[in-house]
Ligand binder design. Structure first.
Ligand code: XUL
Ligand code: CO
Length: 433
């Protein structure tokens, strides 16, 4: 045991009236929601990078956090892992997620970085024998190091493409070894700063070939998890190729990968793309691409990807409602890709940020489930489309413009506008949230 979280008690469910700061009010892992344990619905994951690797810097100032594991070398990386697993235990977190760069020191060569990663993966594997936390997903950091400043798979320099491919292979091996349920690709630098120096057609071909190799390697090693792409429109690149769900769908179709790859949808990224979170989830579900979520919000005023812990139950209930409609998570889950504010210095802040986030997700899930089970919203939606149940109307979808035109004339069809009932449905929604 380290003493980093000394005096912080195990976080347990105590019900909505608890006065204890270190308790869940709504997240009750064993409580049944729609016939399934709440823990199995929500599948919470702690993100290693924000919680243990990020030092508190912003564009105007550097490190604010003081953590005993900050620095270089394997001993500190192991201390970081010790503290991380202590935090997973305190929260009862069923999952965690990491990038290679979060967990191991960068070596002087690729081979040394890989050895460092393998050593930490062994260390994680040993811990996972005595701790219940599992790996939701692993990923490669192909954006922080200066070698990736012009992209990874889409870099004009073939040596960077090679380095990125070797790195992804090592991170897929690590994820597979630890029984990870998904492997994520977020292309933070897969995009461009200016078209003056960019051949975007060529870069898309490189990205398509790269992803095809990732999928081939998954099958080669027998990795049963899901490959996920995480869309984001910009930041750090001015324009990122994996802009949003619709754009990634087009990319996957183009390279014949739509049956192989799903999506990790992040709330803040959806907002940056000019969408709502629930839109991105519903669209992915309708395309058969829904995989997992990063549940972290942006600051709506600043317009940055501020990666804040969620706090807005009605907004999140919309997201969980769409997830329930999609049949819930399979290999995916709710990852808190969220960081503390840089003034939140204390170990308690780290624990309570996650405690509160898990609680608001639980509230949102319960509200969404109650609405879903009530069924009135879905019945109303179905009724709106019920005209299509008539055989003569359905037949139009396999006929031609001229046949339909004839029908309009023959039957004297004149559409009768009907209310969309939006406010009534909002009132219904608000009875549950
Ligand atoms: C960046 C972001 C990443 C991915 C994993 O905005 O969301 O942390 O989730 O690389
Ligand atoms: Co993310």
């Amino acid at each position: 045991m380290t003493d980093f979280f000394k005096n912080i008690p195990q976080i347990r469910y105590e019900g909505p009236n608890s006065e204890n700061e270190f308790a869940f009010r709504h997240y009750n892992p064993d409580e049944m929601v729609m016939g399934k344990r709440m823990e199995d619905h929500l599948r919470f994951a702690v993100a290693y990078w924000h919680s243990f690797a990020w030092q508190g810097g912003d564009p105007f100032g550097g490190q604010t956090f003081d953590r005993p594991w900050f620095g270089d070398g394997m001993e500190l990386a192991k201390l970081k892992a010790d503290v991380a697993f202590e935090m997973f235990d305190l929260l009862g977190a069923p999952f965690f997620c990491f990038h290679d760069a979060d967990v191991r020191p960068e070596g002087a060569t690729f081979a040394e970085s890989q050895r460092n990663l393998e050593e930490i993966v062994d260390y994680f594997a040993a811990k996972m024998e005595s701790h219940r936390t599992r790996l939701l997903w692993g990923t490669a950091n192909l954006f922080s190091h200066r070698r990736y400043m012009a992209g990874a798979a889409t870099n004009p320099d073939p040596d960077v493409f090679a380095y990125a491919a070797a790195t992804v292979k090592s991170c897929m091996d690590a994820t597979h070894r630890l029984g990870g349920q998904n492997y994520v690709l977020w292309g933070g630098r897969e995009g461009y700063e200016t078209l003056l120096n960019t051949d975007l057609g060529r870069e898309a071909e490189q990205a398509g070939r790269f992803l095809t190799m990732v999928v081939d390697y998954k099958h080669k090693i027998g990795f049963n998890g899901t490959i996920l792409i995480e869309p984001k429109p910009q930041e750090p690149s001015k324009h990122q190729y994996d802009y949003d769900v619709a754009t990634v769908y087009g990319f996957l179709k183009r390279f014949g990968l739509e049956g192989e790859v799903k999506l990790n949808i992040e709330q803040g990224h959806a907002i940056l793309a000019g969408h709502s979170f629930e839109h991105e989830i519903a669209l992915a579900a309708s395309l058969g691409l829904f995989g997992s979520i990063d549940m972290n919000r942006n600051d709506y005023q600043s317009g940055w990807d501020t990666d804040q812990f969620p706090d807005n139950v009605p907004e999140m209930a919309r997201a969980y409602y769409e997830i329930l409609r999609a049949g819930g998570f399979t290999t995916g889950g709710t990852n808190f890709d969220a960081k503390l504010r840089r003034q939140s210095l204390d170990p308690e802040d780290l624990i309570l940020a996650h405690t509160g986030a898990m609680d608001v997700c639980a509230r949102a899930l319960k509200a969404a489930a109650a609405l879903y089970e009530d069924g009135a919203l879905d019945r109303s939606r179905e009724a709106r489309y019920s005209g299509w149940d008539l055989p003569e109307n359905r037949a139009m979808l396999t006929s031609s413009l001229s046949e339909i035109a004839q029908r309009v004339v023959d039957e004297g069809i004149e559409p009768e506008p009907r209310s969309g009932r939006q406010e009534r449905l909002e009132n219904l929604w608000n009875r549950f949230v």
